[in-house]
Structures are given as C-alpha cells and as structure tokens.
Design a binder for this molecule. Structure first.
Ligand SMILES: Cc1cc2nc3c(=O)[nH]c(=O)nc-3n(C[C@H](O)[C@H](O)[C@H](O)COP(=O)(O)O)c2cc1C
Length: 468
C-alpha cells in the first residue's frame, strides 16, 4: 500500500515536529510505503516548476491514500501549502484524486488548530476525496505514549478504510458562487461625506481590477470620505519567501528576511485607527499571497499589533458558505487587539443595500474609533490568550523573549492563585451546615458590591470618563 505524505512544514522533513509521526508510522507499519513530499520547502518562494508539480500530482494519483501533514500557521496551513492547494484546483486535480482516502495530521500549540483542520477537511472534500479524520498534537507531546497510541490507531483506521474501501460521510457542501452580480457603487453627496477627523484609515487589498466588485466596493468606501484614503496592495510588497519558522524573530522581533514586508508592517500596518481589508475569497480562505503576508507577520510573536484598531472587511465571495473563515476573521481582529466593525460581501443584496452597508460601516468605524470601542472577547480569544500565556511562561518563552518581556510588562502572567483563604473555605464547606447557610445567602453576597456601586453612581461623571 502506498501513502503519499504531503509535508507542509517549511522546516523540511527531518526537522519538523509533525514529520516525526511519519517516521514513527514508517516503523510501526513497515508493510506500508510512506512517500514523503516536502511541499513546504519546494514552494518556499511560492512557486514550483510545472514539471515538478505534475510529478507530484502523478504521485498523488497513484497512491492509495494521502496524508496532509502541516504545522498550524496562523489559524490555517502555511502559505506554501495553501499555494499548493490552489495549484491543485487550477489543475483540476479533483478529477484524478476522486475517491482517494485522505487523513490530516498536524502539530501546533493547539491554538486554532480547529480552524486549520476544518479548512483542510473541506478542501479534501472539494477535491472529491474521502476524509478519514485528523490527528492533532502539541509540538512537544510526541513522548506521551497515550498520544502515540492515538496516532497509531488513527493511521490504522485510515489503512483499514483503504483496504475495505469504506464509505465516509460528507460534511461540506461545494461552494456555490453567486453569478452575474455586478455591484454598482453610487456616489456619496458632498454634504454626506464623512470627516475622518484626523483618524488614520487605510485599505489593504490585492491587485484587483477597478471594474471588479471588489474594485467598486473600494471606490464606494473611499468616496464616503472627504479626505483621501490610502490603498495598499499586498502584491506590491516585496516578499522574498514564506515564513520558514527559523524563529530568529523570537528574541527581538527581527525577521530573518530583509525585504519589504517588515517595513510595511512597521510603517503602514501599525498605528492606524481603521484598517479595511478588501479581499476576494480563494477556495475557502483568501489567496496564498495574503496568507504569506499574514504568516510573515509572525515576527511580532504573540503580541497584539493592532490594538484598538477598527477592522472593516469588504469581501468578494461566498463567505456565508465558509463559516470557518468568518471564525478566522473574528479571531484576527480579536487577537490583534482590535474591533471587528462589519464584514460586507457581494454575495447578498442588491447594489443599493451594499452601498448603504459600506457607508454605514465607515460611519460606525469612525464612531467606534472615537470612543476606542473594542468588543468584549469571547471564548476563543479568552481561551486562546491563556494558551499563549502558558506557552510564553514555559520553555518557548526562552526563544520568544520579546513576547516574554511584553507579557511581563503588561502583567499578563496572571495565573489564578490557590489562595490560603480559598483553601480554608473549602475546608469549611465540607460541612453540610456551612454549605446550607452559604447557599441561602450566596447570590446576595455576590451582588453586594454592585448594590454599593449603584448607590454611589454619578451618571454624568461616569460618561465624561468614557471619552478618550
Ligand atoms: C508562522 C508561524 C505561525 C504559527 N501559528 C500557529 C497557530 O496559529 N497555532 C498554533 O497552535 N501554533 C502555531 N505555530 C506553531 C507551530 O504550529 C508548531 O510549532 C508546529 O509544531 C511546528 O511544526 P513543524 O515542526 O512540523 O513545522 C506557528 C508557528 C509559526 C512559525
């Protein structure tokens, strides 16, 4: 039996955490041929020769199963693997890969590994292949026997499915693209044009045609303001390659690459009040070029670089059919310390409605910016922050010293304490009587500080404190 292993790690085969599982599989299942293909390195400059790509495709077509292996990079797969996936679609690989069994294996810090897995799962189905499950592990957890046991069973299941040509349930619908809708932007009357009042606003996009829906959405957004809005295309940023995970940046946020990316992030992306992303969906994310831009921003480590920024999204594509991408967008805004104002797409509504939505988004972003409004974080961000905190406090904090200094300065190593008073209370609570007395008054005790607060609240004074 032949399994083709697509290795998305830019570290190559030998040095990749993820690939250690493949070496393990080779030992545990000697009768299986695991054929390793190092996509991460082959596509490091986001290009591959046509013959090399065709050779890989041929190899995949001749295999009994495919294992998609990758490190999670910024909530998804590395840009290099994303590019490879784009090439598969461009070459109609779904025709030759139809019915092939595919499993997914990744290592990470378990930070948004779920969105990366959902993405690859959907891609497998879009390529007409059969999805057989995923295995996710923390980078350093290979030594845990229970995890190796899980991995062993995971591989065994894939082999069993292949041997018996088992059916697999489908989860995702193919994406349906709204056809023939041309957005017609209207002009904003001079008296309705918005004054940015010194707020810094930029639009980040990719090369787009002025006549595409995206181009017209950008035009509409710009025309909502009295003043000029800068538009930057990531195609014009000089990026010599994808992130290679050298971690040179860990100590002092200096990227190994000397190209235009770092400068762009430092000089253009930072210090804005409003950032508008105007992008087109490509498969179930944005383009691999955009992903490369995002991955490379890893030189900032695990610290927020867009604190207080209002994020607006204008997208061309079927976002409502890619809930996973919406989750990623929300996470990007929250993790960067910013606020997601709105996501507007060209998939619903007529031009009039989209015009109103864009104008209203611009207005809302200005208003939110005035008050420094940032929506409260939800489970993913609160939980995700704790993963970062624990990680930076531990061994990775030795490498990521810039993060360590940042977290320390901000007092972000805020672990819960097992206070002596709690321990005493736990002892007291062993008594049924104590529990009964407390239960009777519990909620009254909890809200007591609020009673005091409302008694002393001076509404006018409170409001003056809100304005920034
Ligand atoms: C650019 C970059 C982005 C990363 N993003 C994530 C992430 O979003 N979530 C996560 O859990 N780990 C993230 N990691 C950590 C890697 O997923 C992790 O170290 C992985 O085990 C590396 O696997 P490899 O050795 O096979 O390349 C990131 C690492 C790099 C270099």
């Amino acid at each position: 039996m032949k399994i083709v292993v697509l290795n998305g790690s830019p570290k190559g085969n030998k040095l990749s955490f993820t690939m250690q599982y493949i070496y393990y599989a080779q030992k545990m299942f000697p009768h299986v041929e695991f054929n390793l293909i190092n996509i991460g390195q082959k596509l490091n400059n986001m290009k591959i020769k046509e013959e090399s790509f065709q050779e890989i495709l041929k190899e995949m077509a001749s295999a009994d199963g495919i294992l998609w292996c990758f490190p999670v990079y910024v909530l998804l797969v590395p840009a290099q693997l994303k590019k490879f996936i784009e090439l598969l679609f461009e070459n109609n690989a779904g025709e030759v890969l139809k019915g092939k069994f595919s499993g997914v294996l990744s290592t990470s810090m378990n930070f948004y590994d779920n969105t990366a897995f959902d993405y690859v799962h959907a891609i497998i189905e879009d390529l007409n292949m059969k999805y057989t499950g995923f295995f996710s592990n923390k980078s350093f957890d290979f030594d845990k026997i229970e995890r190796r046991k899980t991995f062993y069973t995971f591989i065994k299941n894939i082999l069993f499915a292949i041997e018996n040509q088992l059916p697999t349930p489908r989860r995702f619908n193919p994406i349906n693209i709204r056809k023939n809708f041309e957005f017609a932007p209207n002009e904003v009357l001079d008296e309705h044009k918005l004054d940015s009042n010194g707020k810094k606003i930029i639009i980040i996009t990719e090369n787009y045609s002025e006549e595409s829906n995206l181009g017209k959405m950008i035009r509409k957004f710009k025309s909502s303001f009295k003043n000029e809005i800068d538009v930057y295309s990531i195609d014009n940023i000089d990026m010599k390659g994808g992130c290679i995970s050298c971690l040179s940046c860990g100590y002092d946020n200096q990227c190994f690459y000397k190209d235009g990316h770092t400068d762009f992030v430092r000089k253009k992306l930072r210090n804005n009040d409003i950032i508008v992303y105007a992008l087109a969906l490509k498969d179930r994310y944005f383009s691999s070029r955009f992903k490369q831009f995002v991955d490379r921003a890893f030189f900032n480590g695990h610290t927020p670089i867009t604190e207080g920024v209002q994020f607006c999204y204008m997208l061309s594509g079927s976002l409502s059919q890619v809930e996973n991408l919406r989750q990623i967008i929300i996470a990007h805004s929250e993790l960067g310390g910013g606020n997601l104002v709105d996501i507007i797409t060209d998939e619903f509504g007529e031009s009039e409605e989209i015009n109103d939505l864009i104008y209203n988004m611009a207005k809302k972003a200005l208003e939110f910016s005035k008050y420094g409004y940032v929506q409260t974080p939800t489970f993913m961000t609160v939980g995700g922050y704790k993963i970062f905190r624990d990680m930076i406090y531990g061994l990775p904090g030795v490498l990521f010293q810039a993060d360590y200094r940042f977290y320390k300065k901000r007092k972000m190593f805020n672990f819960p304490k097992n206070k002596l008073s709690y321990r005493i209370m736990r002892l007291i609570f062993k008594s049924k009587k104590a529990r009964a007395i407390f239960k009777k008054n519990m909620f009254k005790i909890f809200v007591r500080p609020y009673d005091k607060f409302f008694k002393n609240l001076d509404v006018e004074q409170e409001i003056t404190e809100f304005v920034i």
